[in-house]
Design a protein around this ligand. Structure first.
Ligand code: PEP
Ligand code: MG
Length: 597
């Protein structure tokens, strides 16, 4: 493919959400923009001061607009926070300081502003008065806005209000911001940070937005308005694609569309192997509205409802009634098919309030069941809502991040209290609702035989199980290459969990991203997993591969894997098998470059 000489730039990252798109890019500023220390010539002083003044004017306009929106949505109390932001922009001391650093020390506007605002922030942080110290966050916010304007970057908050369809390029996207993206305006996104199983990547798949992460410094290299082609299958972002690249990708898109049509024919077919092994295929959802797509994409129900998204991007906590409505909607729409509601998994990379100080190591901190057992009022409201919705359909629930038996016992006790309360209030519930445990912490694997006595089912959260067992931060692109689902350690754990569950007569589902990888599905089924729960968009592909495989061959693959010492050998064997039974699923751009049709 022609490149740099024609202005084409090809960047390679980690593909996290399949799909192709093309359009103009919009570069979003870093939460804390990086500022270069640049000297200017005396002749530039005037223009740099002008740039600084213009940035202040632009920032003022943005703050006033946000203030207006907040006032309309939340009233005057919340809106007046922005008065303090405007005051900072108008502070004569700050303006004078920046101006003199530009003219006397000959620094560019952004660096001069960075120096002055850092001084401000340092001085305020050192003050003992709690209230004044709280102002630091406000000042940081204003500082970032001004710097983004000086650097020609848009703000993250801008994302909820896009005017034109575009491809977002940014340093990082939090799951809460991603959840707000408007599918009609965001063609795709590409970030510097992130990895395959971050919740941002998971959301991209659920929103069916083509996405690439781990592009390292793309957000610094690229500028708003450049034309790009994003390939979410292979993790390639092409800036200024040549006509040849556009032609090749046009062919590739056509092949993908043809395959999609073939997959659509499978909607009403059952997921069963060629030799008759019936597998249950369920969907993962993040928002109640997604329920309309569950049957449309051929899933049999929901194996994981990540309820925490109801709690994000808001100032208050959803009350029992609001939660009940969401759970009822899903249960009622799918009855009598199952809906597994996971209790709140907040913490890690999802926070109720983004402004609260975060734990140093939040994935090992007060996350999921630990948070719920600490914040019992929040937990009780959710349990009551789930129990009430259980009378509307086939509702089950499960606890995330169980690491010891005591957590299950305590949570079950609270469930019993909620049941009794609801019954005494005359509310209808399913008194024998199935309660399962997510197995996603190594200690839970080691006591799976014990936990199996206390659970009606297990759900393997491989995203976290891999993170916690292999000590690989699931958000960190630098160690993403070590995140290996086919690690012998992980496969042995899955085997132990399946055996412990089956001994007690309970089922095992895999709801982590491993279940949505077409190459790994035969291995999981060969290991004895009963159910798979995957992002809605990949349900058709998973069904396709199940219908092409033989259980006997999958078992042989699993036997090989359990004996093997190398994650790479196992992965190669899995790739070989899946490609031999369904080569059309593995179409990549490289094949299109080499063929003429
Ligand atoms: C998992 O850990 O595999 C899982 C399904 O839960 P989450 O991705 O929400 O942590
Ligand atoms: Mg998890």
């Amino acid at each position: 493919m022609p490149n740099a000489s024609l202005g084409e730039i090809v960047l390679k990252g980690i593909p996290v959400s399949a799909g192709l798109c093309q359009g103009k890019i919009l570069v979003i500023g870093r939460i804390q923009p990086k500022v270069e220390c640049r000297r200017i010539t005396p002749a530039e002083v005037e223009s740099q001061i002008k740039r600084f003044q213009n940035a202040l004017i632009k920032t003022r306009g943005q703050i006033l607009e946000t203030q207006k929106k907040v006032f309309e949505k939340m009233g005057s109390k919340d809106a007046c926070i922005f008065d303090a932001h405007i005051l900072m922009l108008e502070d004569p001391l700050l303006i004078e300081e920046v101006t003199s650093v530009i003219s006397d020390e000959n620094y560019c506007a952004e660096y001069a502003f960075h120096l002055a605002s850092e001084k401000y922030i340092k001085a305020l942080s050192a003050i003992k008065d709690e209230l004044l110290r709280e102002r630091v966050a406000d000042i940081q916010d204003v500082r970032n806005r001004v710097l983004n304007n000086l650097l020609g970057r848009e703000q993250e908050s801008f994302l909820s209000n896009l005017q034109e369809p575009c491809i977002i390029v940014c340093h990082n996207l939090s799951p809460s911001i991603t959840a707000m993206l408007d599918r009609n305006k965001v063609l795709g996104f590409a970030t510097d940070l992130g990895s395959q199983t971050s919740h941002t990547a998971i959301l991209a798949r659920s929103l069916q937005i083509p996405a690439i992460v781990g592009l390292q410094d793309a957000s610094f290299q690229l500028s708003t308005g450049q034309f790009a082609l994003l390939d979410g299958h292979d993790g390639i972002l092409i800036i200024n694609p040549t006509d040849y690249a556009l032609y090749i990708y046009g062919k590739f898109a056509k092949k993908k569309a043809d395959l999609q049509e073939r997959l659509a024919d499978l909607m009403d077919k059952v997921p069963i192997t060629l030799d008759g092994k019936r597998v249950r295929l369920l969907a993962n959802i993040e928002r109640a509205e997604e329920v309309d797509n569950v049957f449309k994409f051929g899933a049999e129900g929901i194996g994981l409802f990540r309820t925490e998204y109801l709690f994000l991007n808001r100032k208050d906590i959803p009350n029992e009634e609001e939660q009940y409505e969401a759970y009822y909607k899903v249960a009622n729409a799918l009855k009598p098919n199952p809906v597994v509601i996971r209790t709140l998994d907040i913490g890690g990379d999802k926070f109720i309030s983004e402004d609260k100080p975060q734990e140093v190591n939040s994935f090992l901190g007060c996350r999921a069941i630990r948070f719920c057992l600490e914040q019992k009022d929040i937990f009780r409201a959710q349990l009551r809502a789930i129990l009430r919705a259980s009378s509307a359909g086939n509702v089950k629930m499960m606890y995330p991040m169980i690491s010891r038996l005591e957590e299950v016992i305590e949570a079950n006790q609270i469930v019993e209290e909620c049941k009794n309360q609801l019954l005494s209030e005359g509310k209808q519930i399913n008194n024998s609702i199935d309660i399962g445990i997510m197995v996603e912490v190594p200690s839970a694997v080691m006591i799976a035989d014990t936990l199996a006595k206390y659970a009606r089912f297990f759900s393997l959260g491989t995203n976290d199980l891999i993170q916690y067992s292999l000590a690989i931060d699931r958000l960190n692109e630098k160690v993403a290459y070590l995140y290996q689902p086919t690690s012998p350690a992980i496969l042995k754990m899955i085997k132990v969990v399946v055996e412990s569950a089956h001994k007690k007569g309970i089922t095992v589902c895999v709801c982590g991203e491993m279940a949505g990888d077409v190459s790994l599905v035969p291995l999981l089924i060969g290991l004895g997993v009963d159910e798979l729960s995957v992002a809605i968009a990949v349900v058709p592909q998973i069904k396709y591969i199940i219908r092409k495989m033989l259980l006997s061959e999958a078992q042989a693959l699993a036997e090989f894997a359990i004996e093997s010492e190398s994650a790479t050998d196992i992965l190669n064997k899995c790739n070989e098998y899946s490609r031999s039974i369904a080569p059309e699923m593995f179409e990549h751009i490289e094949n299109n470059k080499n063929s003429n049709h």
